[in-house]
Write a protein that binds this ligand. Structure first.
Ligand SMILES: Cc1cc2nc3c(=O)[nH]c(=O)nc-3n(C[C@H](O)[C@H](O)[C@H](O)COP(=O)(O)O)c2cc1C
Length: 192
């Protein structure tokens, strides 16, 4: 049993794992923390889960153009960048997985994380930020990549610009309430 900051009793172990790029970003300019990280932090606040930041061993550049160039090259050659440390996903029941859309796909370092773990029987709930392409088909792609996982939530996504607003966080909370990922959660009254 886990009691969250809201006093909600969870009977499932929750992990919030995500990648996010602090630095120059599309539309919002230079930001730190990144857009996906803001959503991740709010999910952590509401659920009382544990955090795992997918932190690339070789950080991405700060400026947008260099980051884009590096990301596009990794995608072209299907590189799987290393990330620092790791987390025993096997110990969790529910994993929120957050990422920005990069070049119409998941950032390759998120594939590194996915491919290192066994997702069988895990409830996986993706949350995504982008600047126009929506989830870019990644929610459906995850169904193939995460063999045995139970995907929930429909691929919640919003623009990075929206993620940086109160309205965006309210939408996130509405979605969290709607997905009933934990029976206790459905009784929650999480006011923002
Ligand atoms: C390398 C790179 C590639 C991107 N490619 C896309 C894309 O294909 N479609 C899209 O809508 N937004 C794209 N974006 C915008 C990001 O998805 C958006 O800014 C997101 O909110 C960034 O989240 P973060 O701050 O957590 O990294 C890209 C941004 C970067 C840096």
């Amino acid at each position: 049993m886990i009691k969250t900051k809201e006093g909600i009793v969870q009977d499932k172990k929750i992990l919030v794992a995500y990648f996010s790029h602090p630095g120059e970003n599309a539309v919002v300019g230079y930001v730190d923390p990144g857009n996906t990280q803001l959503l991740g932090r709010e999910i952590l606040r509401v659920t009382g889960g544990n955090e795992f930041f997918i932190n690339p061993v070789n950080p991405y550049p700060v400026d947008y153009d260099s980051t884009y160039e590096k990301a596009a090259n990794e995608q072209k050659y299907q590189i799987r960048p290393d990330y620092c440390d790791d987390i025993r996903v096997e110990e969790y029941d529910i994993i929120f997985l957050g990422y920005p859309i990069w070049c119409g796909d998941l950032p390759m370092v998120v594939y590194s994380f996915i491919e290192k773990h066994n997702w069988s029987g895990k409830v996986v709930i993706p949350f995504i930020t982008h600047e126009g392409t929506g989830d870019a088909g990644t929610y459906d792609r995850l169904k193939f990549k995460m063999s045995g996982a139970i995907l929930k939530g429909g691929g919640f996504n919003m623009t990075g610009k929206m993620a940086r607003t109160i309205e965006g966080l309210q939408k996130l909370n509405d979605w969290l309430r709607s997905i009933d990922y934990n029976e206790a959660m459905s009784r929650a009254n999480v006011a923002y």
